[in-house]
Design a protein around this ligand. Structure first.
Ligand SMILES: C[S@@+](CC[C@H](N)C(=O)[O-])C[C@H]1O[C@@H](n2cnc3c(N)ncnc32)[C@H](O)[C@@H]1O
Ligand code: SF4
Length: 377
């Protein structure tokens, strides 16, 4: 059977953080229940189309899924189980904020099959947490990790951000060292991206905050990477580090051209050679719950050319890089002949490494990965 990933978007947050432009709103109880009804309908609608697929990863993301009533998470999991065939070892992740998760909620998640929790910690410096608009402090973040573990879920990811104004290298190392002591299995280490329209973007425009220089931001990245690697976390993608065998299967699916279906407004799908997404508008979604053409838009029908570019771009994001043999067999084209000029230039500039059958980004290449991808485009 073919493998499939599922993404469920929960577009609610208790309050928006100053840096974030993910699609989410502050919710009322009425909109939550109306949304769940529409979501269950969309999940069920795939029943006939997915008979030949086995689901091996599910990611309930947001927004803040842990902000939903746990009964609603149960309903989502029940509908998924009724509609799809799940593999025995299916990785099932839910995103949570430290201030909306406790042992009891984690136990309820576990009882409906969830086996991985991704916690948005961002930093363990209380001043920074306040400045970026988080609703939790550092002690609450640590308590959340411990509560999840007490509930019997040890596969925990911590999202950590760097490059935030007022942060420095010591600050990053301090946060990472404390997180590592809690024995989380996975760390996503994100560089702050200034997103247009967010409060932080506006503050920067008004000169109220200064975005860090690139070299300081890179220094934080290198120091953070070294700190995690010294403690047994292997980098497997530009922003992702894990203990052995704890790589996130769901994200790897995105980076290796796997098929996935996204439910809810904002959610993206790559299914049967098409890329499409649901429009980021919860009212449109709920009002047209039984008429997906009204809230869904097609982005791309994947042809050979776009599949080749995606394969290279996504594969190079991963530390293990791409296998030339695999590429040649998959596309029936000789990689080294097709990209001779690009490879010569990138090798000369030490941006990629060619090692027998493998092509991967060098450490220098990781810093300017977009430039390398463009060369292949
Ligand atoms: C979709 S958010 C959901 C996580 C959860 N709601 C939370 O905040 O704890 C996933 C992660 O994306 C990262 N993120 C969001 N906006 C970002 C930005 N502008 N730059 C870098 N990372 C960002 C944060 O680390 C966040 O935890
Ligand atoms: S970072 Fe998380 S909690 Fe903050 S606004 Fe974004 S999705 Fe919501």
């Amino acid at each position: 059977m073919k493998k499939l990933g599922l993404y469920v978007h929960i577009p609610f947050c208790e309050r928006k953080c100053n840096y974030c432009d993910f699609y989410s709103l502050v919710k009322t109880s009425e909109i939550e229940d109306r949304y769940i009804d529409a979501l269950l309908f969309e999940i069920k609608s795939y029943s006939a189309k997915c008979k030949n697929y086995e689901v091996d990863s599910i990611f309930i993301g947001g927004g803040t899924p842990s902000y939903l009533k746990p009964e609603n998470i149960k309903l989502i999991m029940q509908e998924i189980n009724n509609t799809f065939l799940l593999s025995d070892d299916c990785e099932i992740t839910i995103e949570a904020n430290p201030n909306s998760i406790d042992k009891d909620k984690a136990l309820q998640y576990k009882s409906c099959g969830i086996n991985r929790i991704s916690l948005g910690i961002q930093s363990l410096d209380d001043n920074i947490l306040k400045a970026i608009g988080r609703l939790h402090n550092s002690d609450e973040a640590i308590e959340a990790i411990r509560a999840i573990r007490e509930a019997g879920i040890s596969n925990i990811n911590a999202d950590i951000m760097f490059g935030i104004p007022a942060q420095n290298v010591d600050n990053i190392i301090n946060t990472l060292s404390r997180i590592i002591k809690e024995d989380v299995k996975h760390i996503s280490f994100y560089s702050l991206k200034l997103e247009e329209g967010t409060p932080m973007f506006l503050m920067e425009e008004k000169g109220l905050i200064n975005i860090l220089d690139d070299d300081i931001e890179r220094e934080m990245y290198y120091a953070g990477r070294e700190c995690m690697e010294n403690d047994g976390y292997a980098q497997y993608e530009i922003s992702n580090f894990s203990k052995p065998n704890y790589e996130c299967r769901h994200n790897i699916k995105y980076w290796t051209g796997g098929e996935y279906i996204g439910f809810g407004p904002f959610a993206h799908s790559c299914f049967e050679d098409k890329r499409y997404n649901n429009i980021s508008d919860i009212n449109l979604y709920c009002e047209n719950f039984n008429n997906p053409e009204r809230y869904r838009q097609l982005n791309e029908v994947l042809n050979k050319e776009s599949k080749i570019f995606e394969y290279i771009m996504l594969g190079l994001r991963m530390n293990k890089g791409i296998s030339i043999n695999d590429f040649n067999n998959k596309f029936e084209i000789n990689f080294l002949e097709l990209y001779k000029n690009q490879m010569d230039k990138l090798l000369k500039n030490n941006l990629i490494i060619l090692d027998k059958d493998t092509v991967k980004l060098s450490k220098k290449g990781m810093d300017i990965s977009n430039y390398v991808f463009e060369e292949f485009l």
